[in-house]
Design a protein around this ligand. Structure first.
Ligand code: WTA
Length: 656
């Protein structure tokens, strides 16, 4: 790792000496049994098969893995339906009255949804979709706030064999257009608006704007009522959710799906401006999320209240709000809004109200809570908590300790879980009752997962040492490819190091074999746990008439992980003014979504380039971080650097 921040991070982390062995009372009742790692390692296929067979199948699989590198098929002769596994199974087992979700709307409206009700709602909506002509094999876009209609819509698609493609509600019109068109969605499900910090987020209006840019495959738009804001319905195309379900029966025959049929697409950012449609199929994905949810979170379906605070628009919500918890028959909290509305203790009020036992959140949230101060959680009874999870970015030891001490009162194991949209389920994490914890480390690979750390040449880096993290064998919930682009799939993940999956993260391994994550090694930024590529923001910037060229880098930020930092050269007679900076921030926010708007905009006459004309991103990153510069002799015009440095410094000083 040549990046100085990473070298520094490795040194700091490897000198971390605190150890937290599993408390005996956790071990005594844990789902994970001693020796589980070794047993899975001795026969990973048998391990996964035993988890797959715990699902409900129309036709149980006899095959386990077909590996035609890099294309995997798991349990490929089996047939099942994801919604049956999430719902019918529990209802048939007499658990219809068990709460599936405690819903809490941001304005304070609350209701509980049982497995029985959820099954009825899913069936009625699935019948409604069928009546509108949506059929097995179609793709359906879902652009909803965090309301119960979101899991209902996903499971209804699964029931009739249509793949869903959820678009995060924070994305704007252009992102909707790209996603809908890439996979030719036939229907889109949205709401009038959602609540965020007391204000309506106008989802239907964003969809209307997206239509002006062309989404020819879309036949149908279904609009749930959430906020009550007025919306325009286009006759013949748009209809209210209530009308779609009104006369539908609450019984809906599920499609028999092959284990390898597409369950969903989820678009994620890579190194180019075009997001990748990550494909997940039914049998392997459900196997992975069920096993990890049960073992990493030690889930006891009849006793736990599980709360994953992620948005369902990202993979964490797919796997650990919808499919994992529901397949395990768990009771979860579903919260619509923001942690600071109406006050800084909203999360802790929710934990207290529902007696949450397992909390799963992100380091950026934890760092924000630290900033707000311990008095907010301390106002509430958090004694129901027994496990604390973290995901989305590296968790620094200080945040880990604060989470353990202030939220968990020193009683609750902290579980740092590393995984990706592509991996589908958790790959590296401690198991409660088994793993000794270290603040800042994700510790050990999940049973059955093969992991290595390699150097530039692809050779294993012996511990202690850092390098690229790679996955060395297929796993059930792995992505099956990039929608419509098998070459990009091979190229992105399987070409840098033959026979190994390149995750794109830097990671270090200590002498105990524990893993310490260091952040991305590519041009993907992680803003408050949201993944976005520098190229996406750059292409949004250059679409503005005043911008000639733009280069974007992620600047390390104490709270959000990365902050978007843009270097911009303007066209002809445009002037790089504070007003233009503001306009560009708004412009990017409108095109991509507010969370992607640059925090820093630095204007320059020219961007620093090598003699062959490539923008020198490493240099820009160093400038953004205010670090000393190394050798810049390959620059076309080294005067550019001095100017950039001075301006970036001024900009950062202004913002802070
Ligand atoms: C980062 C989110 C360090 C990482 C589940 C990864 C993490 C990217 C961790 C995937 C963690 C996620 N420690 N880094 N515990 N969890 N990441 O696809 O850079 O939204 O590659 O999936 O988030 O982001 P994605």
């Amino acid at each position: 790792m040549s990046n100085p921040t990473q070298v520094h991070a490795i040194e700091a982390l490897l000198s971390e000496e605190r150890r937290f062995p599993p408390p005996p009372e956790v071990t005594a009742q844990a789902n994970a049994q001693p020796g589980i790692h070794a047993r899975a390692e001795a026969d990973p296929l048998a391990f996964w098969q035993s988890w797959a067979l715990q699902l409900e199948w129309f036709k149980p699989p006899e095959q386990i893995l077909e590996w035609n590198e890099p294309f995997a098929r798991w349990f490929a002769d089996g047939e099942l339906n994801a919604s049956v596994n999430a719902l019918d199974r529990h209802v048939q087992a007499g658990r219809a009255a068990t709460v599936a979700f405690y819903f809490e709307g941001e304005p304070g409206d609350r209701w509980t949804v049982t497995y029985g009700q959820l099954l009825d709602d899913v069936c009625r909506f699935a019948n409604g979709l069928r009546a509108l002509g949506v059929k097995k094999g179609d793709r359906v876009a879902i652009y909803l706030p965090m309301i119960v209609e979101l899991p209902i819509a996903m499971l209804a698609c699964a029931r009739i064999g249509a793949a869903h493609s959820v678009i995060f509600g924070g994305f704007s019109a252009d992102s909707i257009v790209d996603r809908v068109n890439d996979s030719q969605c036939v229907a889109l499900i949205t709401a009038d608006a959602g609540w965020r910090r007391g204000k309506p987020v106008p989802l239907k209006a964003n969809v209307d704007e997206a239509f002006t840019k062309g989404m020819p495959s879309l036949q149908t738009v279904i609009v749930a009522r959430r906020v009550g804001t007025p919306v325009d319905l286009v006759a013949g195309r748009d209809r209210w959710w209530d009308d779609v379900v009104r006369d539908q029966p609450s019984i809906c025959e599920p499609e028999r799906m092959n284990a390898e049929d597409l369950l969903f697409l989820l678009y994620t950012s890579g190194t180019t401006a075009k997001p990748k449609g990550i494909m997940h199929t039914t049998g392997g994905y459900l196997t992975g999320v069920t096993a990890t949810h049960k073992l990493v979170f030690d889930l006891k379906a009849t006793a736990d209240v599980f709360w994953c605070t992620a948005d369902i628009g990202w993979v964490t919500g797919h796997s650990y709000i919808v499919y994992g918890p529901l397949c395990n028959g768990a009771t979860s909290v579903l919260y619509e809004g923001s942690p600071d509305y109406p006050a800084f203790d909203r999360f802790w009020e929710i934990v207290e109200r529902y007696r949450v036992t397992i909390l799963y959140t992100a380091p950026t949230a934890i760092r924000t809570f630290m900033k707000w101060g311990a008095e907010w959680p301390n106002k509430h009874d958090l004694s129901s908590l027994r496990l604390l999870g973290s995901v989305g970015e590296p968790i620094n030891p200080e945040a880990w300790m604060w989470y353990r001490d202030v939220i968990g009162k020193g009683r609750c194991p902290v579980l740092d879980t590393w995984w990706q949209t592509e991996t589908g389920s958790i790959m590296i994490a401690p198991l409660p009752g088994i793993t000794t914890l270290k603040p800042g480390s994700a510790t050990q690979p999940f049973p059955g997962i093969g992991v290595d750390i390699v150097n530039e040449a692809g050779a294993t880096v012996a511990p202690p040492g850092g390098g690229y993290i790679v996955l060395t064998r297929p796993w059930p919930a792995m992505l099956r490819g990039i929608y419509g682009d098998p070459e990009r799939y091979e190229q992105t993940y399987w070409s840098r190091f033959p026979h190994r999956y390149l995750a794109g993260d830097g990671c270090s391994r200590d002498t105990d074999g524990d893993y310490w994550f260091l952040g991305r090694i590519d041009d993907v930024m992680n803003i408050s746990g949201h993944r976005i590529s520098t190229a996406e923001v750059e292409s949004a910037l250059v679409a503005h008439p005043a911008v000639a060229e733009a280069a974007v880098v992620g600047k390390i930020d104490d709270v959000t992980g990365h902050a978007v930092c843009a270097f911009v050269s303007v066209r002809g007679d445009a002037v790089g003014s504070p007003e233009l900076g503001k306009e560009l921030r708004e412009h990017v926010g409108r095109r991509l979504g507010k969370f992607t708007a640059p925090k820093y905009v630095t204007f320059t006459q020219e961007l620093p380039k090598t003699r062959s004309g490539k923008i020198m991103r490493r240099l820009l990153r160093d400038i953004a971080e205010g670090r000393m510069l190394g050798d810049t002799t390959t620059l076309a015009d080294s005067g550019v650097v001095a100017e950039l440095q001075a301006r970036a410094k001024a900009e950062a000083a202004k913002e802070e």
